[in-house]
Write a protein that binds this ligand. Sequence first.
Ligand code: SAM
Length: 281
Amino acid sequence: MTPPTLYIIATPIGNLEDMTYRAVRILGEVDLIAAEDTRHSLKLLNHFGISKPLTSYFDHNQQIKGERILHALRQGKSVALISDAGTPCISDPGYQLVRDAVAEGIPVVPLPGACAAITALSASGLPTDTFTFAGFPPSRQGKRRTFLSGMSALPGTLVLYEAPHRLADTLTDIRELLGERQVIVARELTKMFEECIRGSVSEVIDAVSHGIVRGEVVLLIAPGADVPPEHESLEHVLDRLMADGTLSIKDVAKQAAVISGVSRSEAYSEALRLKNNTDCA
Ligand code: SAM
């Protein structure tokens, strides 16, 4: 008999034909489906003839719902987690639930499938051997600029999610802070109006400034010509981000962890140590 399992199931990012056979089978077998938006997911489930108890699990109820889902798993039930589109936990809820299930020794089984970042990267023509996925840039300009300058020395391709109405502003900041790199705006992937807008940052700014960019967008940025091949040291990155003065210690640690390739907890302890040293000096 299969032990109670938490399944992390990727769903299509636009084209229902990208649903996998295995995802349909497991969703039809579990006792409970936790979905970011139950009404949205109901359409997907109805399309595939799946009828199962549904519960919501989204950013603002993660704590309480996470506990209930763990309770169901402890009682021997199997649970599937899905998000509105793509892979749960990737700029979507799920990380805390997976972390807690792992801590309790509950089996967590991922079902691979669509993910906008990887889909865009695969067709980008940009280097794929090393890349950094950093989710959505902050919406406020000051924080966004700090976030982008923190990425300037990263090796490999940079992959971001961005809201269409912020695209032109983000590209303008990229040109200023990362230089005139090649970029790609991968829009509406797998859907009817799928397109990839390619060019230098200035060319793409020009292209997206002529009309309103609609739909969902992945932004890919080619590596800079002068980016050092190795990660910047943790201490150096922390110094640079803390000197900026606009970020909390938590945000500094989060970004520093991505940039220097260490865990968030290591970055956080080191940031606290540096802060204490500065405060005592
Ligand atoms: N977990 C999802 C995944 O695995 O791709 C991402 C969820 S995140 C909340 C949603 C963002 O993903 C969108 O704002 C957009 O940046 C990107 N995205 C999702 N679907 C897309 C598509 N069909 N084409 C381009 N970008 C897409």
